[in-house]
Design a protein. Sequence first.
Length: 243
Amino acid sequence: MGLALGGGGALGAAHVGVLKALREHHVLPKVVAGTSAGSLVGAAFAAGLSIAKIEEAVLDADWSTFGRLRPTARLGLLDSAALLDTIDRLGGEPLIEELPRRFAAVATDLRTRRAVILDRGRLGPALRASIAVPGMFSPVVTGDQILVDGGLAANLPIAATHHLGATFTIAVRLRPEWEHVPVVRSAAAIAELERRPDVLMIHPDLDGCSQWSRADVPRIIDAGYAAASTALHEWKTQQTHAA
């Protein structure tokens, strides 16, 4: 079973509520993929941090200054130094392939506009690439790839969980305000995903919540928990009736 965590700045705090609901329902996926903010929560979960510690980290994060303002490369106004604090909570910079759960962070190759699944190598650069919103963070250059925020190509990383071997995926869609790129996030495509038998879609009610504000984080966590609890209860009921 896979868990696909979408991006959306502080809205990614909803993933903590989802993890709480998964624990209560004794559903703990072995495969995790995340895009942008989803990659941060997903990496912490895949690394074996307790949900309580993940929640503490999310509550402590200052989302309004997540990238500390300072001039950097010409493609980025902010740097990702604050992300190092999150990585430190994982115990340094482990290799992705050595995490207790299979994990992938999703980035976008700025040259091809295609999603890049980062499932091997050092965790830190993979997370930096996945959150590198163009114009805010500097891109991560590796080989012939210029990697930026994964939300530009695959904000809901279901394909990444399949790549890692999952045959069923619980997907958490946040739909942040800044998303306007016409890719998989279209209403028709999302509706199709929700009908797929191999996907359980969770969509927290985040209306009125800011993706860059710390103040809304507790409410966002609660919204993730509520949406996941409802979805998991309905899914388990369907499984029982189908048996």
